[in-house]
Design a binder for this molecule. Structure first.
Ligand SMILES: [Zn+2]
Length: 510
């Protein structure tokens, strides 16, 4: 539930009296900002009119569609440190310059990358069956000629972890010398919580399996492709967003120096269903895996940055972002070509409208979000002393925005309320119970937590997002682009108002 204008007024007055003469409003007034009134909230009418203008122009803007097309069809998959990644930096610098943004640059950073090689997996018992599979990012290779072992089946990561505390020696030994299979299912959900619940199986599964003596890790794909299984378990009707052949979802995983590094891969949902059925029937499953990959390859990538300079508080940064890198499959249309297009178009719209806000609006297209957050970490190290009014990121495809949440100081909540009111005509809610518990996206989240920078999260409908996420199906023709203008409208208005705010947003209550 959103606060009404009538509720915001007295609340604002109360906060102002708490702040006193030395409070932030007084400072803002001294800095030349028009005195806010209880009737209008923290922004004066000219500010709100400009934000409404940005919102309306955003709804009519087709720049995001052009940008995501250029990026996906002109470059396609662009894993960090690859030649395509370098092409994407050059494209982004040119595109952002042509949108009228300032200080456009690519800030290089070194990194070590993982490179996929040929890989194949097949069941050898109880029946021969080739599997649709994908190596997980960071996976080591199998020995020359591959490896074969019996499958130790677990319904989920929790069941594998439970083996550690099990007193029964035979259960402890269940994984030893075997290929651990984790059948963790990803439930379809609007807010991505199904993925959040399932993804630790991918990220931590190899470490947990190696701790128990396994020689490899296999998982059910962390994704919602393969409608028959996922819609049956999620309780939602309807079909998968993508038809076509079964597909496996890749994604990042980690190792722990205390245990051996074992190869790790995902199989398609239909293959996982087959394995589960055979296991339930009491049959012994054996699997042969041949996985080639290179790890720790030295490479270079870059964060691409562009700005719209502020006025009296230009040294303070309102950071809006997306990530330019992708996995090495598909075209990176939803992850995160759409986000790149949305925030770039929004920044371009702000520049085209011409009016400057008090703070600098900085657009960052982060490097290597997918496999190590090198871009976000390098950015944080480089700009740690620079005050950040806001960090925010668009990294959930092109889905329609349905909610705005923040992570700001209590005193700044009336400003967020005013922003939320401006977004309300876009059918974006401001849920009362979670209004200051926003999660601003992966890179922005890293920066928020490491540097205690305030954040705003614009939540997109991700019901279909995990159908193609991290697969060869993440292509432009599978992207529903109908909500791009709504996203651009909201991002432009939000960024400009955050930059114009009479109040600092931080430090956030984390
Ligand atoms: Zn992403």
């Amino acid at each position: 539930m959103r606060a009404t204008a009538r509720e915001v007024g007295p609340e604002l007055l109360r906060r102002r009296s708490l702040l006193g003469a030395a409070g932030a409003f007084a400072a803002a007034t001294a800095a030349g900002c028009a005195t806010p009134t209880a009737a209008s909230g923290p922004f004066d009418e000219a500010d709100l009119a400009h934000a409404r203008e940005l919102r309306e122009r955003g709804l009519a803007d087709r720049t995001a569609l052009r940008l995501v097309r250029e990026l996906c069809t002109g470059i396609g998959a662009r894993p960090a440190g690859s030649p395509a990644d370098a092409k994407a930096h050059a494209w982004a610098v040119a595109a952002l310059s042509s949108l009228g943004l300032e200080n456009v640059r690519a800030e290089s950073l070194p990194l070590r990358i993982w490179q996929r090689g040929p890989a194949a997996a097949r069941l050898t018992a109880p029946v021969p069956r080739p599997l649709v599979m994908a190596a997980l990012g960071n996976s080591v290779a199998t020995p020359e000629g591959g490896l074969e072992a019996e499958i130790a089946w677990y319904p989920d990561l929790a069941a594998l972890r439970a083996d550690a505390t099990e007193r029964d020696e035979s259960r402890v030994d269940r994984a030893r010398g075997r290929i651990v299979f984790i059948d963790q299912r990803t439930e379809r959900s609007r807010d991505g919580s199904g993925y959040g619940h399932a993804v630790p199986a991918r990220v931590n599964g190899a470490v947990e399996a190696a701790r128990r003596g396994a020689v490899a890790l296999a998982i059910r794909s962390i994704g919602t492709s393969g409608a028959s299984a996922t819609s049956a378990t999620s309780g939602t009707s309807g079909t998968s967003g993508t038809s076509g052949p079964p597909i496996a979802h890749t994604g990042g995983m980690r190792y722990d120096l205390s245990v051996p590094r074992i190869p790790a891969f995902a199989v398609s949902v239909p293959d996982a269903d087959f394995i589960a059925t055979e296991h339930a029937a009491g049959r012994t499953l054996r699997l042969h895996l041949d996985l080639q990959a290179r790890t720790g390859v030295e490479a270079t990538t870059a964060n691409v940055i562009a700005e719209w300079r502020g006025t009296d508080l230009a040294h303070e940064i309102v950071l809006i972002s997306a990530h330019l890198d992708t996995w090495d499959v598909g075209q990176g249309a939803e992850d995160d070509g759409a986000g790149v297009a949305i925030v770039s178009a929004a920044a371009g719209l702000i520049a085209a409208a011409g009016r400057r806000a008090r703070r600098t609006i900085r657009l960052v297209l982060f490097a290597n979000e997918e496999n190590g957050f090198d871009g976000a970490l390098a950015y944080g190290n480089r700009y740690r002393e620079v005050p950040h009014q806001l960090v925010a990121e668009s990294d959930f495809g092109a889905g329609r925005l349905y909610a705005v949440r923040s992570r700001v100081a209590q005193a700044a909540l009336p400003v967020v309320d005013a922003i939320a009111q401006l977004l309300a005509p876009l059918a974006i809610a401001h849920p009362e119970a979670t209004r200051n518990q926003g999660n601003p996206g992966p890179d922005a989240g890293v920066l928020m937590r490491r540097h205690r920078w305030p954040a705003i999260a614009l939540a997109q409908d991700g019901s279909r997002y995990f159908d193609v996420h991290h697969t060869a199906h993440d292509t432009l023709d599978n992207l529903d682009t109908s909500a791009l203008p709504q996203n651009v409208a909201a991002w432009a208005a939000t960024a400009w108002l955050a930059a114009q705010s009479p109040l600092p947003f931080g430090p956030p209550a984390l």
